[in-house]
Design a binder for this molecule. Structure first.
Ligand code: HEC
Ligand code: HEC
Length: 294
């Protein structure tokens, strides 16, 4: 800035009189509207901390005169949604599930709610898309251990498989054959299973294995290995395997058995963390419509 301009500026603008190394401080007051806004926000902030929860104390914050709480608000919202759905929930708990698809509204409600229940409680074992993994059955296909009607599914979910919570639990009873059959018989029966599932096998061993199968396995898996829902015994003739269909895995299954366990879900057996009847019906409706329902 030239000297001339500098002087001109000083004539126009009031300064505070402070000067550092020739730099002077203008006395420009803040605009009135701005100052009032600032005061208003300060007043508002003080009133807010009195009315609403604000200051952190040792145990929680000061509650505020209005007694507002986000938790209470969420609880109210949930109660309001539950009240709005109460009629559908009551209907769902009592419905004859075989006819649920006739009521489109109820079925839609069940499948949506069931999907959420599935993702929260079942996906850790059966996979988020219900495709299962080794030892945890795929619920999308029409290959069922215990049956795929909606009532079968309700029963499996309510009581589970091989657990100690429900006395009515389904019970898979495949024995470990390690000490019952000789090595030759085990090799034979494994080759028989390879044969009936259409895989490469040793025909001579499989021939011996057919008799072993008939004597030891057919009671549960059926004469032709078609499986039996009532016993949870899987079909051995298809390409769908719960544990695996290669020679080594089948040998392992036959020698040591698998003892698959599925928890019982009824609130009757899992106090606090179980599902009520409407929730069980919902998740069964969800599983049933995934593709494999019978
Ligand atoms: C801790 C793991 C686990 C959880 C959690 C679980 N399951 Fe299972 N489920 C299993 C196992 C293992 C089996 C197979 C049991 C057997 O070998 O017979 C099974 C079997 C089933 C079957 C029978 C399948 C068939 O082929 O007959 C259904 C239906 C089923 N589960 C549904 C559910 C639903 C619905 C939930 C959630 C409410 C759930 N499961 C949660 C482990 C689990
Ligand atoms: C008492 C009934 C019973 C008998 C007897 C029995 N099984 Fe099983 N088998 C089952 C059940 C139930 C399962 C499912 C096991 C589980 O999930 O724990 C199974 C599973 C299997 C599997 C696994 C299938 C898969 O998808 O991975 C094979 C293989 C098998 N059995 C072969 C045999 C052979 C071979 C014999 C005779 C030596 C035999 N089983 C005898 C009930 C039986």
């Amino acid at each position: 800035m030239s000297k001339k301009q500098d002087n001109k500026k000083q004539d126009e603008v009031e300064t505070t009189g402070h000067s550092w190394d020739g730099i002077e401080e203008f006395n420009n007051p803040l605009p009135k509207w701005w100052v009032w806004c600032l005061y208003a926000t300060i007043v508002w902030a003080i009133l807010y901390t009195i009315a609403y929860p604000a200051w952190p104390m040792i145990k929680g914050a000061t509650p505020g005169l209005l007694g507002y709480s986000t938790r209470a608000e969420v609880a109210e919202d949930i109660a309001a949604v539950d009240a709005a759905n109460a009629e559908l929930i009551a209907k769902l708990a009592a419905v004859d599930l075989t006819t649920i698809t006739d009521d489109a509204e109820l079925h839609g409600f069940a499948v949506n709610g069931g999907g959420a229940i599935f993702r929260a409680n079942c996906s850790q074992c059966h996979g988020s898309g219900a495709a299962g993994t080794t030892g945890f059955p795929n619920l999308l296909d029409d290959d069922w251990l215990w049956g795929g009607t909606i009532e079968d599914i309700v029963y499996t979910v309510t009581h589970g498989v091989r657990n100690e919570q429900s006395l009515d639990s389904r019970y898979s009873e495949m024995t470990a054959f390690d000490e019952i059959l000789t090595d030759e018989e085990i090799t034979g029966v494994v080759n028989h299973v390879l044969a009936i599932s259409g895989q490469d096998h040793d025909p001579a061993a499989a021939e011996l294995g057919a008799t072993v199968f008939y004597d030891n396995c057919a009671a549960c898996h059926g004469d032709a290995g078609e499986g039996m829902d009532a016993l949870g015994a899987p079909t051995l003739t298809d390409a769908i395997w719960l544990y695996g269909g290669d020679e080594a895995t089948i040998t392992e299954t036959v020698r040591y058995a698998r003892f698959g366990v599925m928890p019982a879900w009824s609130a009757e057996y899992r106090v606090g963390s179980g599902l009520d009847q409407a929730e069980i019906n919902a998740v069964a409706a969800y599983v049933h419509q995934l593709g494999g329902g019978e």
